[in-house]
Design a protein around this ligand. Structure first.
Ligand code: G16
Length: 531
């Protein structure tokens, strides 16, 4: 009972604003930072209860990732990979009295919005810590870390160090050692090939990639821009900006033909790009990354003589050309899930090797336990012939460079850089694997985005009445066209996606579909204008 008294006492220090109702979205709670103190405290409580229930460490990351700096949010890191079900409420009373220990890891990104000179991220992560201690849980505050680093720590802790050492240093060592082993297989790698321009989105990723650099032993030369020293977080930069605007971020120096990449605000997404000699911008998004990685893995499996099933998991945003290439040319299984890594992650777990990427650059690769064991056996078997052994060792180091807990910009970057080096591939050659269909993404403001309900992995709208029929009619007007709409789970908008044979058609279709959303789903703030 003492715990309940403590909870109610502490709870009074983190009051809920009257009338405010927030919904758990695509990746946790997310809204303006000033409305989140009570949520953080309560998520601290929830994480503690969840930790007691699972008898494992749980993580809480204070971040609003790609959102503008004035927003903040919270992502819960569960040992099972997903958010607790509503039944947790039923357990709450029992759990509050349970004797098991609770252990919660807490991290935060670099959102420097302040209340009376105190950064919100400190106030909010303190609220989480208060929630944990109110229920007698133990916590470890990792301070400033990327979201995927926090996921990594939780996994290390719950595997008793089998996954790695639960420190930031341990994370760098594991990933960089694997990266260096991989790049030993790259012959004649020039300094040009080892060079990469990184846009850190003025966020935590910039800080952390700089911290990691010494572990790379000059095998990768990074020119870091948007490192947070002057620009604003995610403002005109970062993976979301580059992907949605289809243009280079501000604040970076780009030379023709040079590989560049952008992280997002908490460094769980990465997007590549370059500009050609005519100054034209070329984007290599999550679909291109998934294709590069799955091609590499498929080749290694063949060389190693390993019969493992590989699949790629995408969402409705995947470019139609990528899906066709993966299915028809590469002959890999392709699955489509709803937006949100939690959905892709689970679908990928069904295969020996599941490569999952959202088009926005959020993704990773999962290897089943059995697949990892087979790879290890082959790599350690002294009787294996040279080619098979080389492939098995490459696969083993690939497993180690990947952060299998969640999409991770830094880990994905190291894997991509290693693949390009090993295959002596330029960014142009990678881009040429298939050509994207021109596409456009728009946002529409409506008074209540919950009026839009979708089905078929968000590819079709079931409400409001008439919306899907309107979209179908519009899509028919264009060649190779496809379009869908869905309510965002991280911003107060409806997202519209369209692709077609030409950019003009994709832009027109996206605009017409936006108008249909505006008219049929209660648009506010004036009709969308043509692009
Ligand atoms: C989060 C999720 C992603 C999702 C994105 C946009 O990313 O983790 O899976 O694609 O939001 O979601 P929505 O379209 O529902 O707004 P992040 O990087 O912002 O955490």
């Amino acid at each position: 009972m003492a715990e309940f008294q403590e909870v109610s006492k502490q709870s009074g220090l983190h009051p809920k604003p009257a009338g405010l109702v927030l919904q758990y979205g695509t990746a946790g709670f997310r809204t303006n930072a000033k409305d989140l103190d009570h949520v953080m405290f309560r998520m601290g409580l929830l994480a503690t209860l969840r930790s007691k229930k699972t008898k494992a460490t749980i993580g809480v990351m204070v971040t609003a990732s790609h959102n503008p700096e004035e927003d903040n949010g919270v992502k819960l890191v569960d040992p099972m990979g997903e958010m607790v079900t509503p039944t947790w409420e039923g357990y709450a009373t029992q759990l509050a009295n349970a004797d098991q220990e609770a252990n919660v890891f807490v991290g935060k990104d670099t959102r420097y919005m302040t209340i009376s000179d105190h950064p919100y991220n400190n106030i909010l992560s303190q609220a989480v810590l208060d929630g944990v201690s109110a229920l007698g849980g133990k916590s470890k505050d990792y301070g400033l870390v990327t979201t995927p680093q926090l996921h990594y720590m939780v996994c290390c802790q719950n595997t008793q160090g089998k996954y790695g050492e639960a420190t930031v240093e341990g994370y760098y060592k594991k990933l960089c050692q694997a990266f260096i082993q991989l790049t030993k297989n790259a012959s004649n790698c020039t300094d040009d090939q080892k060079h990469l321009t990184v846009d850190g989105a003025n966020g935590i990723g910039a800080l952390k990639v700089r911290e990691m650099e010494s572990h790379l032993k000059k095998e990768l030369h990074i020119s870091l821009f948007n490192d947070g020293s002057k620009g604003k977080l995610n403002h005109q930069c970062g993976a979301d900006f580059v992907k949605v605007q289809q243009k280079a971020p501000t604040g970076i120096e780009m030379n023709p033909g040079e590989r560049c990449c952008s992280y997002d605000g908490d460094a769980d997404r990465i997007i590549y790009y370059y500009s050609d000699s005519k100054g034209q911008f070329h984007l290599l998004d999550g679909d291109k990354i998934a294709t590069l990685i799955s091609t590499f893995l498929k080749e290694l499996l063949t060389q190693a003589g390993l019969d493992l099933q590989i699949a790629v998991v995408q969402t409705a945003y995947a470019n139609g050309s990528s899906t066709r290439y993966l299915e028809d040319t590469m002959k890999v299984i392709v699955r489509c899930t709803k937006t949100g890594v939690k959905h892709l992650h689970h679908a990928a777990q069904e295969f020996d090797i599941g490569v999952y990427f959202e088009a926005n650059g959020h993704g990773t690769v999962l290897f089943s336990k059995a697949a990892q064991e087979k790879i290890q056996q082959l790599a350690e078997n002294t009787g294996t012939d040279d080619e098979r052994k080389r492939a098995a060792l490459l696969l083993q180091n690939t497993v180690n460079v990947i952060n299998q807990t969640v999409g991770d910009a830094i880990s994905d970057m190291l894997l991509i850089e290693a693949i390009l080096a090993i295959k002596s591939m330029t960014v142009q050659q990678w881009d040429a694997i298939y050509s994207d269909l021109p596409n456009r993404q728009l946002k529409v403001k409506v008074s209540d985005r919950r009026v839009i309900d979708t089905t078929d992995a968000e590819r079709r709208a079931v409400s409001p009445d008439g919306l899907q029929e309107a979209i179908d009619g519009l899509v028919k007007k264009y060649r190779q066209a496809r379009s869908f709409v869905r309510p965002s789970g991280t911003e107060d908008v409806v997202r519209v996606y369209a692709e077609a044979e030409t950019q003009e058609s994709a832009d027109d279709l996206a605009h017409e579909v936006s108008l249909a959303v505006y008219r049929l789903a209660g648009g506010v703030g004036g009709e969308p204008k043509p692009l």
